[in-house]
Design a protein around this ligand. Structure first.
Ligand SMILES: [Zn+2]
Length: 418
């Protein structure tokens, strides 16, 4: 606006809002579009670094100098040697740059050189915590938008006259502010409860910036950040794509948030001729690796055998490790029903199933169903078993290529069920 007077958009805004005056000297009439409001805000901050430089000495604004001055002031002015040149226009120059031209980079550097103290009352300079978070860039950028009150919630759109109502489109009960949208709406509350945030204090903070900072730098930072992201995605899918979306579509490892030791088991059939294998992994509820196993079933291509084999070997290994209380997740509802249901005395693997039943009846073990997305580490061991020639191999430490999966499970990463 100051130095690009030859641009069409500058002409447009100048004739609409500035009306013949000079932009830097014009009033602060910020009524108008949000764009104009932002420009006025920027001008008020940046104008201190602009300075007037005479050129030809003729300008529509020099008339403000034609006024009676006290002799001491006019003497002072007369003693200053201002050079004029008809081919140089009078102009406002940007004093933070050697060539006097304003650039975004130079403006940014100048703002930082002011070294404003970071205080809760000066939040515009306290975003660095966001960029330090160990999160995907898209989530950090989303947090940054939140802290600038720029997330397009209905409340914001209504404020900018871009939507007819600020009322939440999902529940229809409250104004859709950012906090209502991702935290307080019933749909969002169910997500937070589902991933273990059910303390009433969690829902009490009234400031989005403080709440985000508290959650994303606290002890459950990863789960919290994923919760904010998926809560927002849930809102968008429901409101923009008309998708009905329930928390059942969001899956993670140990989806039921059990505490104690967690066993995941799986089976796998690979190749042609088919080779069947099984595998499993023990972790504590923080995702810390305790042990793993994998095996190949010689001479069998029978998935019906591989299923109970996986669980049988898991239970045996638990006994060796003296773990008598744990939760066992399997992604096969069929396998779970086979074991927890009535004995099928004519089932081809009835003996193996009966062994498992007896084992379970003497110990405190819960069998639980998970979707495949929450059982990926066990799937890895099962495939490993099917492609090996070893009847049973105990992995005292995790293989190198499963470390990424382990980390993502431990971080509570969510997977969207296909
Ligand atoms: Zn709502």
């Amino acid at each position: 606006m100051v130095q690009s007077s030859n641009k069409l958009w500058v002409d447009l805004l100048s004739s609409k809002y500035v009306k013949g005056s000079t932009f830097l000297l014009s009033g602060n009439n910020s009524s108008g579009s949000p764009t104009w409001y932002s420009i006025i805000q920027a001008k008020n901050i940046l104008k201190d670094c602009f300075s007037w430089r005479a050129g030809s000495g003729t300008s529509p604004h020099t008339h403000i100098l034609y006024t009676q001055l006290p002799p001491s002031v006019s003497d002072l002015i007369n003693n200053i040697h201002i050079k004029f040149n008809d081919s140089i226009d009078n102009a406002f120059i940007w004093t933070s740059n050697k060539n006097g031209s304003y650039t975004t980079k130079s403006g940014f550097n100048w703002l930082f050189s002011l070294q404003n103290p970071v205080t809760p009352h000066n939040p515009s300079f306290s975003w660095s915590w966001i960029w330090k978070l160990q999160l995907p860039e898209k989530i950090k950028f989303f947090f940054w938008l939140v802290c600038h009150n720029s997330v397009p919630t209905l409340s914001l759109l209504d404020h900018r006259k871009m939507n007819l109502s600020a009322t939440c489109a999902r529940c229809g009960l409250r104004e859709e502010t950012f906090l209502h949208c991702v935290r307080d709406c019933d749909f969002s509350i169910s997500i937070w409860h589902h991933i273990g945030f059910d303390n009433p204090d969690f829902f009490s903070s009234m400031d989005a910036h403080d709440w985000l900072k508290w959650g994303s730098t606290g002890s459950k930072a990863f789960i919290f950040s994923a919760g904010v992201w998926w809560s927002w995605r849930n809102h968008n899918l429901m409101c923009l794509n008309n998708e009905t979306w329930t928390v059942d579509r969001v899956v993670k490892w140990n989806n039921n948030n059990f505490s104690g030791v967690i066993l995941n088991v799986d089976e796998s059939c690979l190749g042609s001729p088919i080779r069947s294998g099984f595998g499993g992994i023990f972790r504590n509820d923080s995702g810390f690796y305790l042990s793993g196993f994998s095996g190949f079933i010689q001479g069998s291509s029978d998935i019906m055998l591989a299923e109970p084999y996986a669980i049988y070997h898991g239970l045996s290994l638990a006994e060796d490790m003296e773990i008598n209380e744990f939760v066992c997740y399997s992604d096969s509802l069929h396998r779970i029903n086979l074991i927890t249901g009535l004995t099928l005395k004519y089932h081809v693997h009835a003996v193996l199933i009966q062994d498992i039943k007896e084992f379970l009846s003497n110990r405190n073990v819960s069998l639980c169903h998970t979707l495949g997305e929450g059982n990926q580490c066990a799937d890895f061991f099962a495939k490993h078993g099917a492609s090996s020639d070893v009847d049973l191999f105990i992995h005292a430490s995790p293989p190198e290529c499963i470390l990424d999966l382990l980390r993502s499970d431990a971080a509570g990463t969510f997977f969207l069920r296909e």
